[in-house]
Write a protein that binds this ligand. Structure first.
Ligand SMILES: Nc1ncnc2c1ncn2[C@@H]1O[C@H](COP(=O)(O)OP(=O)(O)O)[C@@H](O)[C@H]1O
Ligand SMILES: [Mg+2]
Length: 264
């Protein structure tokens, strides 16, 4: 079975797409077969992975059952991508009956659940039906946050959404952790933010990842060069942070999967 990871935060600009792309490339570099799914109508994940223009079918066609997933997948150098574009802002999913509208993605993915080692889902800056579809099909959630206090706001809404999905549609969902991004160590503000984030993490029964991601121009530049961050500049300190982060989550996911195999 594929392990499915969703990267989510209803605030924009915190590094969801950057982190999704890094996880895709990082796991592929470590030998895994990876599918990246873009559930954001802004369509940035494809761009970050080097996809030049969508021109054709998108994830929406699969969600609406018009095409099979295999017909929408684009094979890039390292990973496969299910791209999106602005048409995903009107999915029509809300017209489906309750129970179906939240599970459209799960339904669409089911034929390919054994093919990939990892499926990584990038989500829009919202808690809407698309986000819920991602949570329903996921094993793990990763929540990136930036160190400006505002990105910590709205966590109670996030918690409610996670709890309601866990209660009704996916009891298996686990929040793997909160990732502090654009984080400068050693400042008074960063210490305050880290403490606050640890408190927030407890409220959603998770923790803050040990690895924090520094700000680095290479991270922002890589997409414009059509390259993932590790190919673009593996010597950038921020890119090295992401590499450590991939190692951290790989280890934890392995541990979690082992435990659930023993229990299950
Ligand atoms: N650690 C970082 N250092 C420098 N720039 C970053 C970093 N993380 C993200 N960015 C940049 O910040 C912007 C927002 O990141 P993005 O991943 O698109 O956020 P989101 O998907 O949450 O909206 C992008 O331009 C991205 O390149
Ligand atoms: Mg994004």
């Amino acid at each position: 079975m594929s392990i499915i990871i969703t990267v989510s935060n209803q605030k924009g600009g915190v590094g969801k797409t950057t982190t999704s792309a890094a996880i895709c490339a990082g796991f592929a570099d470590r030998g895994a077969k990876v599918l990246g799914i873009d559930l954001d109508p802004q369509g940035n994940l494809g761009f970050c992975m080097g996809l030049e223009g969508v021109n054709g079918s998108t994830i929406l066609d699969a969600l609406q059952g018009k095409l099979k997933l295999q017909q929408v997948v684009r094979r890039l150098g390292k990973v496969d991508i299910l791209p999106s574009d602005i048409s995903l802002s009107a999915t029509g999913l809300e017209k489906l009956e309750p129970g179906k509208r939240e599970t459209a993605l799960k339904e669409a993915l089911s034929p390919m659940m054994d093919y990939y080692d990892y499926i990584v889902i990038d989500t829009p800056p919202a808690l809407n039906l698309l986000t819920i579809n991602a949570y329903v099909v996921s094993d793990f959630l990763i929540i990136p946050m930036t160190t400006d206090i505002l990105s910590l706001v709205g966590l109670s809404q996030l918690r409610e959404t996670i709890d309601s999905v866990k209660r009704s549609l996916n009891s298996n969902l686990k929040v793997l952790g909160i990732l502090l991004n654009k984080f400068e160590k050693g400042t008074a503000l960063s210490r305050d933010v880290e403490e606050m984030t640890e408190d927030l993490a407890k409220q959603i029964s998770t923790k803050v990842f040990k690895t924090k991601i520094r700000q680095g121009v290479a991270i922002a530049e890589a997409p414009a060069h059509g390259e993932d961050i590790f190919t673009y500049n593996k010597y950038s300190p921020a890119v090295k942070d992401y590499s450590r982060f991939i190692d951290e989550i790989a280890e934890e996911i392995e541990e979690n999967v082992r435990v659930s195999e023993v229990v299950g």
